[in-house]
Design a protein around this ligand. Sequence first.
Ligand code: SF4
Ligand code: SF4
Length: 378
Amino acid sequence: MEKKITYIEEVKSNKKIHNWYPGRRECTSERILLNPYIGCEVECFFCYALGYPGNFQKFRKEKKIYIYKNFVENLKEQIDKLNIVFCGYLSPVTEPFQEVEKIYCLSERTIKLFVEKNIPIEFITKSVIPESIIELIKMQKHSFGQVSILTPNEDIRKVLMKKGATTSELFENIRNLAKNGIFAVCRIDPIIPFITDNKKELEIVIKRAIDNGAKHIVASIMDIPVLIKSDIMNYIKKKFGNEIWQKIETLYIERIGNYLHANINYRREIFTFLREVCDKLNITFALCMEYEIKNGKVIGLNKEFMTSFNCEGIDIPVYFRKNDKFYPFTCKGNCLNCKKGNCGIPELAQGKKNENFDGWNYYDYLRWNKIIEKEKLL
Ligand code: SF4
Ligand code: SF4
């Protein structure tokens, strides 16, 4: 019998804030990564987080969701010491509005903290966005929402994940964001070969997203973490049959790090199609974490396919403190491609780093405090 999900309250967390981890980064803007929960009740069969170590494996094997009960207090304590901040991102590895949120409200309280301090925050969701979140997000001018819609076909969506909002609710999410003046992104992320890659259906997702007010499209093709390949492939065989299983086995021939990727020609064809549809429909487009190996080097594909300035379609500057709140600097927040670093912190531009670099964290922020105080940028 399948195990039931249980909640484990990790009463104390002293996790320090962290931006993107180094390595194959394509995200143009810096983000403060926010993960109040480890484990996700949406349970997408392809979820990459199931391949991560530590408590992620406990979730995978024992169905335990870890809750950082003092997440917001710990975060606030750190933010109160900073004079410079980037947009928060809720959450790279779990669904922020999953069931557990109804009990602990950590996502909502995190958003409230950011909005009260006038710090931008974004979320990615496959659930219904609560009204209270819309009311908060619309108060902060650079905050926005991303809704993942993998297929227009509700029968297929239900096989891809155990929970999450219905297809109509997902499009309604976009409508709700847009009608409240909030920048809305539709993520077709990931596209699953031979299951959700039908071109007519992909075009329907884009059209419906635009009709509901989306301003930007992000796409990727499913990667398979090597650690959980057998789980993923067994699920595909069981739910979609031998033929599709075999086609996927044959397609995933490219290994980059710990992930298997679909053949580059297949991926290029889909991305070219999507970009053309987006161009035709006058909406910007970008990829998420898509790479190819060229002459032995791993190269990001976004340079070739992205039609927006920043990969999430919205330009969010770094923010500086003034008294109790934060205010935007005059830049477009495209650190990865920024030439000068006019913010006063040149090491942020183009993600400059030394070889021991593990991604910007709380202690880098404290260091930057001193730089911007000295440069009198506050
Ligand atoms: S919603 Fe995201 S984090 Fe949750 S199971 Fe699906 S892919 Fe994983
Ligand atoms: S000025 Fe450049 S490096 Fe500095 S925050 Fe803005 S985009 Fe990033």
